[in-house]
Design a protein around this ligand. Structure first.
Ligand code: FCA
Length: 323
């Protein structure tokens, strides 16, 4: 009798061990070095600790690395992943790879599209309300233009543009529209297309635009994120367009913006619309985990909001957002 019980216990052990192995959820981001994505990972890690799963973080700077990362997750027996892809047009290939491996997939920040540029309906998405947040950028710029006593028609408007990414286009168009609605001449709005969404690309794009439009002595600038706005500010500084003649508002509110706010003297980086890496990182990771383990399908689309943060109110605002 005793021997039988022992045998059963030994037989049962491997299964028990297997059942105790933690569930793995991937979190794939296009630009791992960007503070926003570091923050998303941080809050996704927090979710993993609290809910008891393992987070697998992978940087995916291009299409090849993206597909390799999905295969890698499957080999590790992950149950699904959250993704901010390096190119939203990889959507069909990503969806196919996920289905082949039976992995749940949810997008964050950048919504995946099909060959025709339409959002892929069966991939749940959490992103920001791009156009609305862009309008907040515009409103913030208008208030400060007024506070400085600038006349709208003497101000150049630098739209650091990354129009191949729909949320990027929405954000910057929202800002431009808000300025135009308040009377900014459309001809003052100068597009500076950036090749990537980082500071260096924005810097290069802004430099070209400043050279071509030297008639403007005062500038406002914005882009899809803080790095884009900051690139414009740095390019302006290099050409003698300093804090008294430059007014830039970014989108994000992560370390890129905080570094500017903590410099001893104010730069042209006036503010940012703070968005929530906590919601984007924590909630998407939990959503994929619960989808795979409890069959709870995430909502098709969740859009989050933002709030204008400046050097003055940064500490309060970040606290309010739980950051
Ligand atoms: C896009 C941008 C990031 C960040 C995120 C919310 O992915 O490239 O910088 O703004 O949306």
């Amino acid at each position: 009798m005793q021997r039988r019980a022992l045998t059963l216990a030994l037989l049962a052990t491997p299964f028990a061990l297997q059942a105790a192995e933690p569930v793995k959820v991937g979190f794939l981001v296009k630009q791992a070095e960007e503070p926003w994505f570091q923050d998303e990972w941080k809050f996704a890690e927090q979710a993993a600790k609290e809910k008891g799963f393992t987070l697998v973080k992978i940087g995916i700077p291009n299409g090849e690395k993206t597909l390799a990362a999905i295969d890698n997750l499957a080999a590790q027996k992950a149950v699904g992943f959250v993704i901010c892809a390096p190119d939203v047009k990889l959507g069909v290939a990503i969806n196919r790879a996920a289905k082949r491996h039976n992995l749940k997939v949810m997008s964050v920040d950048d919504q995946l599209v099909d060959g025709a540029g339409k959002p892929i309906a069966d991939i749940p998405h959490m992103g920001i309300s791009g156009y609305e947040i862009g309008k907040q950028v515009g409103a913030g710029l208008l208030a400060e233009i007024k506070a400085r006593g600038w006349k709208l028609d003497e101000v150049g408007v630098l739209r650091v543009a990354y129009d191949q990414l729909p949320t990027g286009r929405d954000r910057t168009m929202g800002a431009a529209d808000a300025l135009k609605a308040a009377g900014m001449p459309a001809a003052n709005i100068i597009d500076a297309p950036q090749a990537k969404t980082d500071t260096e690309s924005a810097f290069n794009a802004a430099n070209i635009a400043f050279t071509k439009n030297a008639k403007f002595k005062k500038w406002v600038a914005f882009g899809l994120n803080d790095e884009a706005a900051l690139g414009a500010v740095r390019a302006g500084e290099g050409r003698g367009i300093k804090a008294d003649a430059m007014l830039a508002i970014g989108i994000g509110g992560s370390q890129t913006a905080l570094n500017e706010f903590t410099k001893p003297t104010a730069t042209g980086f006036f503010g940012t619309v703070l968005i929530s890496p906590k919601r984007h990182g924590y909630e998407t990771a939990v959503a994929v985990f619960e989808w795979a383990t409890k069959g709870k399908t995430p909502p098709a689309v969740t859009l989050t909001s933002g709030v204008l943060m400046t050097r003055q109110n940064q500490a309060d605002i970040r606290k309010q957002m739980g950051l």
